[in-house]
Design a protein around this ligand. Sequence first.
Ligand SMILES: Cc1ncc(COP(=O)(O)O)c(C=O)c1O
Length: 327
Amino acid sequence: MLTNSPTDTMYFAGRQIHIKRDDLLHADFSGNKARKFYHFLVNDFPDVSHVVGSGSAQANSLYSLSVLAKIKGWKLDYYVSHIADYLKQQQRLPSEIRSNYSEAIKNGANVIEIDWSSNLFNACQHLDDAIKVLKQDYLEKNNALETLFIPEGGRCEYAKTGIYELGKEIINWAVIQNINKLSIFLPSGTGTTALYLQEYFVKQAQKNTLDIEVLTCSTVGGDAYLISQFDELSLNTLHHPQILNDGKKYHFGKLYLSLFHLWQQVLDSSGIEFDLLYDPIGLNVLKHTIESGELKDREILYIHQGGLLGNATMLPRYQRKQALTIK
Ligand SMILES: Cc1ncc(COP(=O)(O)O)c(C=O)c1O
């Protein structure tokens, strides 16, 4: 099932909110990636034999890309800046722990650590710079049509196809529910999902009378960085979702015990497991916004964007930190 995820409700921050369960879309393309890679799943690419991706070795886009490559019969080269020791160790142990990294390797992904000492990358500071160099190199050696380059986190025009589909589902649902004023909230990494969703609603605005807004928060690099990410996808500020914050700047992948406690509370009270990288920040920002009295007269739809396989590595990290704090 790649479309039409169900919608649940849960009690949160003193009120009822709706949850779009994109985490239930597909076992292998959890949530966000089912939307972002929808275009590749439903279209044929007869010339492509090779896909090149990049990002973090813990990312669910690595795992989802590995499944996509396996289904399509493509070879996957996935470049990372660095593979954390605990991930490498997990690979060596006969471990029960499934992580995005371990499952991607099982699917045949070729996960390559950039060799920063190589002359090729002399002028590069970030993974993105190294990928530009590598792209040039691939294109010189291979037929351009054979290789598909997918930017970090699926941040590309192709993502629109599936995210517009998500937008369509939300409008259909809101009409059935008789909801006129809807605030949609989802935490952003690259901002791709939130931006294309907002763009879709702006484009649909003439066709219906619904008042729909997309709200988001930054989980990487702060609000200014997120705005710069939006600008790269669209300079039309009408297509930019509104960025909310709780007054704090978070560092991606860092452990925040207070956020973990909120995540745990939500799990206990609703039975819904959210991801541990993006959602604790998203839920806290939404809680802060609700408690400040905003959104009083609007229905709220939080999008659960999946990512649960990553919890296999995040949960033990949080549990260790919690145990150390209690001692
Ligand atoms: C679970 C989850 N939530 C949120 C996001 C952020 O999405 P985006 O990069 O489109 O902002 C991602 C990243 O792909 C994700 O995997």
